[in-house]
Design a protein around this ligand. Structure first.
Ligand SMILES: [Mg+2]
Length: 361
């Protein structure tokens, strides 16, 4: 049976809420997150007016102010965003019970069972977007297709305030033409590796044997083999609970000095802390992942007495673990931090996905 999957992605979610609630911000370039003096911190969301200046999420606020000196830097109000996210979920639940939130502003919906008897997934997506606009004063974009992978790509194709349908008869041609950079979950490093192997589009991947893809990309090779054929059987999973939050970064050049690694760890710890804050989570166990130039990977963990979401605590623990791992004459290619063992888990099974909110992978 062909499934009907919708991916809903709110447009510039945090910034749009701030513009809705503060009329003085409407029509103006604003960013949510970072510091108004341009001292530290990164942009979580930029309004569409700010994007015209080249401002993007995950950029430092310093850089944003350089690109547009009149940009308004707004302090985030996560409690409000979380409340609005709950209101959006209530709207989703009128149309389906199979809802998988990816973050406060994004979710997959399986509407194969047509709860309201509307007749088509396209019309269901339209109805959801209308309800969000009329009841919450916000806009959303939607992708409608036969699986999660295609629905997610489709929601980005007609943004903001639009929707795209990739029907079963279009899937094969669509995947063949798709550049590898657009493949869900393919980061910059993997994309560069694919290009170096002459894999530029889905059609190129489709020509490869599955075993060859696995040889080059490990387990992900199985996924690429299938997805190049438009096959993605992952179900929409409601109530997915977060067990851990992690961030990592691969460096363009190997790092050898602790002095070079600490600022990188600080950035990574900042991402993790921000995601913990957004999800209202505090964790007791901090894990550092270190990948060396020879691709050996080690992890070092420590459990704290008290659960934390504080950047300072996460960073200090991570630095101690890194130092304790013994760095003498090691070349470090990647560093990562994971926080797990949560206490007081919030009510929402939310996780920060990608999309137009902060993304640092
Ligand atoms: Mg979004």
């Amino acid at each position: 049976m062909v499934r009907k999957i919708i991916h809903i992605d709110m447009d510039a979610f945090y910034a749009s809420i701030e513009q809705r609630d503060n009329p003085e911000y409407r029509g103006k370039p604003i960013v949510v997150g970072g510091s108004p003096e341009g001292r530290g911190g990164v942009v979580a969301t930029a309004s569409y007016e700010a994007r015209k200046f080249g401002i993007r999420s995950a950029m430092t606020s310093k850089k944003a102010l350089e690109l547009c000196p009149e940009v308004v830097v707004v302090r985030p109000r996560f409690d409000v965003y979380k409340t609005v996210s709950g209101q959006i979920r209530e709207i989703f639940s009128r149309y389906t019970d199979l809802i998988e939130p990816l973050s406060l502003d994004e979710a997959f919906l399986d509407v194969s069972f047509d709860k309201q008897g509307i007749g088509s997934a396209i019309d269901i997506a339209t109805a959801i977007r209308c309800a969000i606009r009329e009841e919450l004063g916000l806009t959303a974009s939607a992708g409608i297709s036969v699986n999660k992978f295609l629905a997610k790509i489709a929601s980005d194709m007609n943004k903001p305030d639009g929707q795209t349908f990739i029907g079963p008869s279009r899937v094969e041609a669509f995947m063949e033409a798709l550049p590898v950079e657009k493949f869900f979950g393919v980061g910059k490093v993997t994309a560069a590796k694919m290009r170096s192997l002459g894999l530029l589009t889905g059609a190129d991947i489709k020509k490869k044997e599955e075993a060859e893809l696995v040889r080059h990309f490990g387990k992900a090779g199985h996924f690429y083999y299938k997805i190049a054929r438009g096959i993605d059987e992952r179900p929409v999973q409601p109530d997915r609970e977060i067990k851990s939050l992690a961030a990592e970064d691969t460096f363009p050049v190997d790092l050898t000095l602790l002095d070079e690694m600490v600022p990188e760890l600080e950035k990574i710890a900042g991402t993790v802390a921000q995601r913990l804050g957004r999800n209202r989570l505090k964790g007791r166990t901090i894990t550092v992942k270190i990948k060396y130039a020879d691709f050996r990977v080690i992890t070092r963990s420590r459990s704290l007495v008290r659960a934390t979401d504080e950047l300072g605590v996460i960073l200090q623990t991570a630095v101690e673990l890194l130092v304790g791992s013994g760095l003498e004459e090691k070349k470090v290619r990647l560093l990562g931090i994971t926080v797990s063992n949560f206490e007081g888990v919030g009510e929402g099974p939310m996780e920060v996905g990608d999309g137009d909110q902060l993304e640092l992978f």
